[in-house]
Design a protein around this ligand. Structure first.
Ligand code: SF4
Length: 305
């Protein structure tokens, strides 16, 4: 009997070409006074201005290829077709990809056409999905490339792999382009977000964004081959000394998002970028810190991957 995934059509193929094109146009217009993310810089990126993320209207991609280090549910035999975008709308002092997020890892700008070809090439290479890492500042380029690639045979699920600092209004406009939302849930308070990621309202915006993501795609769905094809998968990187406030995150997910939500509780923290200057972020996690955090999610009855 075919699994549900065999009847699955990616979100962007359920939109008409006209609907996709309207949304692409709207994303382009928004760049005149950018509000893609809650920083709401309102700079005119189409005139070359740059907001807090440091991105103008150009598209900068750091690298693309099959990635085998992602969650098992995203990898499969061909890997997750990962595209790393340059820069970021957050400024985490412990960023593990800081050369990419600080825009130090790119050379010349790319085009929408090249991004669409990249997606089709990842599909041709047997990847299980298109995994967009730090996509937020590039929503115009991404939706335009998906639109173009859809017309040329793209049929893989698209994963939105972000830091969790998203505007619910922008996500509403994005509806129909994304199959799997994979946001971080970094902290359980605005205060920690301000101290460690440079934004005043991380937790408030995270909750709104998670609600919108859940509304669009629901709980994580796994197909007959063990691969995710739709839904919400939250990542929680455990930080030393419970700076990541795991119990609060677990409770909020259970009470406000979904009691069946899939969560990857991540143990791989190490002091990167500027973390050595900010104790206790200057050390790795202890096994007790990790197991305590993981238990909080298990006790909440969530689906811990
Ligand atoms: S995407 Fe960049 S320019 Fe736009 S609001 Fe966010 S930080 Fe500002």
């Amino acid at each position: 009997m075919p699994g549900d995934d065999q009847k699955f059509l990616p979100a962007y193929l359920k939109l008409s070409a006209e609907e996709r094109s309207e949304k692409v146009k709207r994303f382009n217009q928004i760049m005149h006074s950018c509000t893609f993310c809650p920083r709401s810089c309102r700079v005119d990126r189409l005139q070359g201005e740059r907001g807090q993320c440091g991105v103008s209207a150009d598209l900068y991609i750091s690298s693309a290829g099959p990635h085998f280090g992602e969650e098992r549910e995203l990898v499969g035999g061909g890997g997750s077709g990962t595209i790393f975008f340059s820069n970021c709308n957050l400024a985490c002092i412990f960023c593990q990809n800081w050369t990419i997020s600080r825009g130090m890892d790119t050379d010349s700008p790319g085009s929408v056409e090249e991004l669409a070809k990249m997606m089709l090439n990842l599909q041709k290479r047997g990847c299980s999905n298109i995994n967009l890492v730090t996509p937020t500042p590039y929503l115009y380029h991404i939706t335009a490339a998906i639109d173009r690639a859809a017309g040329a045979g793209l049929s893989l699920p698209v994963v939105y792999n972000c830091g969790g600092y998203e505007s619910a209004e922008t996500l509403k406009l994005l509806e129909g382009f994304i199959d799997i939302y994979m946001p971080d849930a970094k902290y359980g308070s605005d205060r920690r977000g301000e101290t460690y990621s440079g934004v005043k309202d991380y937790f408030s915006r995270l909750k709104e964004a998670l609600k919108e993501m859940q509304r669009q795609v629901g709980d994580l769905k796994i197909g007959s081959g063990g691969l995710a094809y739709q839904g919400l998968l939250i990542r929680h990187l455990v930080l030393p000394d419970n700076l990541s406030e795991s119990e609060i995150i677990a409770r909020i997910i259970k009470e406000e998002i979904s009691p069946h939500c899939a969560v990857n509780v991540m143990a791989q923290y190490y002091p990167a970028y500027q973390a050595s200057k900010f104790p206790p972020l200057n050390r790795r996690l202890s096994s007790l810190e990790y197991s305590t955090a993981r238990e909080a999610f298990q006790k909440a009855g969530l689906r811990v991957l």
